[in-house]
Every structure is written in C-alpha cells, then in structure tokens.
Design a protein around this ligand. Structure first.
Ligand code: ARG
Length: 463
C-alpha cells in the first residue's frame, strides 16, 4: 500500500467503493478551510514540540512543509484528491508525501473531530469580521444618502397606507439601526465561539500530556472549551451564525421590497441607476429592479440554511457524527449569500436618487397631517379620543369634497370645534408636521441631522 493511502485501509481490508468516495467526501467544499487547517496544525505541532513529542528538527520540517503546501494551494498548484475525503486528510497526506516520518507525527493526540471544530471556529471568526466590515460599508452608504435628504419629506406608511410625514433621512437611517443590531449579534456570536476545542481528540481527550492552553493562546482563542465530548459535537455557533445571517437577509429583503415599490411608475419615488437595472427581452420600455428582487429572493436560501442546520443538529447522539460534516454546506451557503447581498445592497444605495420634487408634489394626498391636527386639538385642551373623532369627521368630509385639511376655511373648522384658531394652519401640511415632532428619535428633519451626525461619528470609529 502506498504511503499516501489512508491509514485505516490496514483495518478495513478494502479500498472504499468509488460511489462511497464521492458520497463521503467534503474536500470539494471544505478546501476553503485550508488556511485555518494549516494554522491549527502549526499551533498543534508547536505544542507537541514543547511537550517533547516532536523534536525541534521535526517541528521545523512540519512547519516549512505546511507553509509550502499553503502556498501551493493559494497558487492553485495543489492537486486535490477526493479519495482523501476532506481538507484535513488531504493536507496531512501531502505533508507525509513531502517529509515522510516527521509528517506522520503531526496527528499525535488529535482527531479530525477536534480539528474540524477548530477550523470552523477559526474560519467563522474571520468571516464575521468580513461581514461586519461589509455591513459597516452599507451603513455608511445609507448615512451618506440620508445626509443628502435631511430636509426632504416623504410619506411614512403603515399597512402600506399613508400614515404620517417623515424625513427621508429618518427613513434611510431606520436601516442603519437594523444593521447595527445585526453587527452586534455577530459580535456576540464571535464572542461565544472564540474557544479552542483542539486537544479534545475524537471525544475524550488524550492520554498524552497535551497543553491545550498553549494551543489556545497560539490561535488567539479567549479560552479552551471545558468538555471534550461537547467540544467535538457542538455546532451551536453555526446555527447561531446562520440565524444572524437570516436576520440580515430579513432586513435586506425589507429594504429591497421598499425600493422595488418605490421604483414603480405608481410610486415613482426613486431612480436606481441604469447600471443596476435590467430590461426585458420583449418589452423595450422596461427598467426592472432585478438586483433588488434577487436580494429579496435570496433570503429564501439563507432561511433554508438555518432550517437545514437545526435539522442536522436535532436528535444527533452525543459525540461526533458524520452528519456534522453537512454543517459546512449550509453555513458557507448562508455566508456567501449574505456577503453578495450586502455588497449589492451597498452598490444600489450608492447609486440611487430620491425624486424629491415628485415626492413633495404628492404629499398633500392621503391626509398625512390628520394626526397632527388631532394633537393640535389636544394642545387646546380637547381629550385625544374626542379630537380623534373630530378629525375623522373632517377627513371624511374633505374626502367627499376632494380637498385636503389645509384647505378647510377657518369658519368651517369652527363648526367642528370652536377651539380651532388661525394657528391651526401652522400645524397642517406635511412639512409643518414633520418639523413639529417633539419626541426623542422622531422622524423630523432636525432629528435626522442629529442622527446623521451620530452615525457618522460612530461609523468612523468602527465601534
Ligand atoms: N470532514 C469531516 C467533517 O467535516 C471531518 C471530521 C471527520 N471525522 C470522522 N470521525 N469521520 O465533519
């Protein structure tokens, strides 16, 4: 049997069936873990040397060869052979092929079970930082756009019906808040996963005097895991990470849905740059928001990944089971999808303009100032429920007459409530109403400016 054959072929007597080789392999998707696998192996080898399980010379040979393998993989010169099943065995086999006996000592006190758990945690630490950086760029794009429109007003909707006027900045900043929570969730996820499982072996640790804390320190984990059985089977962090991706997808799909609606001829609130639209193969006039539709649609795949991970984890017996190999398929799918969607959302936000003239021209429709009129009456001493009824009657009348509240004469107003004076007109009309919001974090232009400044500072420090 050649040196590079799997060591368990001494035990199994037969080579693996070729269909089974294809079925069991994960190399096709876990090769992206190669850097983390190599870093983990170097830390493990350093520790083995400290514990006199490797000589200094063997350690040097192992390190040099692993670095060379890493270079070969990075340059696309490494031959991936799926008979080695996964990235861990492919690298170990290449190491043994390069340096022989010293290479055979690397796996001392280690199992692929603790190895893969370590690789995934190392990978996810970096992946979280990458997604966080992308989210910060998207937040910056929203803030930049918000700054442009701090003094512009648009209708705010509830039930997709006109509700109250809001500043366009406040609308845009609502996404910055959502994304901020997404980043905090990822930060928390990173905090919880940043523990070293290495040294847990297959399930029970090892009878060799391995120094888990040394390896933990070398790999920049905050501590070691404290139960080896749990260490090799825990994939909570994958489920949690994918859940965090799901909420990002949910937020992006809300944004996409809004902007798809805003770009219709019926709304006509925004213009997305041509570079981010597609047309129709049949209808020559079309400018379709396909990128946004795909952001909305891809949320489906991310949610699917969460359901997959949770189902993989359900009722698995304690310890490692090969089911866990599937964690990567879904975790990678979710993170790749989120990366692509955040990037695309960012590009679209950077290349979209609000049609402010068009929006303001339509602001007198839909009685956006009705609530403010009721609050005007409250300020004059009328109970809110009574005020609500008076304004409701006025709105019904205006609808019949085909006019807005601001077009009611003072004499007419007085027929409905004698507390109404000339000053009523100061609280009517969308601009006046938006400027009058007095509560903290309200959707007024003044608060918009404050919030834009807050976020500019916040995002500049990266906190
Ligand atoms: N490729 C495997 C995975 O991703 C590595 C661990 C295999 N362990 C085992 N005992 N077969 O989970």
């Amino acid at each position: 049997m050649a040196e590079t054959q799997k060591s368990w072929e001494h035990r199994l007597g037969k080579a693996t069936d070729s269909g089974a080789v294809d079925f069991v392999e994960s190399l096709s998707f876990d090769k992206r873990l190669y850097k983390y696998d190599i870093v983990g192996s170097i830390a493990h080898a350093e520790m083995l040397c400290e514990k006199k399980l490797l000589t200094k010379d063997e350690l040097k040979q192992i390190k040099d060869a692993l670095i060379e393998i890493s270079r070969q993989i990075a340059e696309g010169k490494f031959k991936f052979d799926k008979t080695y099943e996964d990235i861990h065995m492919a690298i170990e086999a290449a190491l043994i092929a390069k340096i022989g006996d010293a290479g055979k000592k690397l796996h001392t006190g280690r199992s692929r079970n603790d190895q893969v758990a370590t690789d995934m945690r190392l990978w996810m630490r970096d992946e979280i930082e990458l997604i966080q950086a992308k989210i910060a760029l998207l937040q910056k794009a929203f803030v930049k756009l918000a700054e442009k429109y701090v003094n512009d007003i648009m209708p705010g909707y509830t039930h997709l019906q006109r509700a109250q006027p809001i500043s366009i900045a406040a609308y845009l900043l609502s996404f910055v808040e959502q994304l901020n929570r997404d980043n905090l969730r990822l930060k928390n996820c990173r905090l919880l996963l940043n523990l070293s499982p290495l040294g847990s072996g297959a399930i029970a640790g090892s009878s060799l005097p391995l120094d888990r804390k040394q390896v933990c320190g070398l790999l920049g984990f905050s501590d070691i895991t404290y139960n080896t059985i749990d260490s090799v089977s825990d994939r909570d962090f994958c489920a949690e990470f994918v859940f965090d991706c799901c909420l990002i997808a949910a937020h992006l799909s809300k944004f996409a849905e809004d902007w798809i609606i805003f770009s219709t001829t019926e709304f006509d609130f925004i213009r997305i740059d041509d570079a981010f639209c597609t047309s129709s193969s049949m209808m020559p006039q079309k400018r379709n928001p396909d990128m946004l539709e795909l952001i909305r649609g891809k949320a489906g795949a991310v949610y699917g990944s969460l359901m997959a991970i949770l189902t993989i984890l359900k009722a698995q017996p304690s310890g490692y089971n090969r089911d866990l190999q599937e964690d990567k398929v879904h975790t990678f799918k979710a993170s790749d999808t989120i990366e692509a969607c955040v990037d695309m959302a960012c590009a679209i936000v950077e290349n979209t303009a609000f049609k402010t003239e068009k929006i303001s021209a339509g602001l007198d429709k839909g009685f956006l100032d009705a609530t403010a009129l009721a609050e005007y009456l409250v300020k004059k001493g009328v109970a809110f429920r009574t005020a609500h009824g008076i304004v409701g009657t006025l709105v019904a009348q205006c609808e019949k007459d085909g006019k807005g509240l601001a077009q009611i004469s003072i004499e007419q107003f007085k027929k409905y409530s004698n507390v109404i004076g000339e000053d009523v007109y100061l609280c009517l009309g969308s601009k006046n109403v938006a400027a009058s919001y007095a509560t903290a974090a309200a959707a007024s232009p003044a608060q918009g400016i404050e919030q834009v400044n807050y976020w500019k500072k916040q995002l500049a420090t990266g906190e």
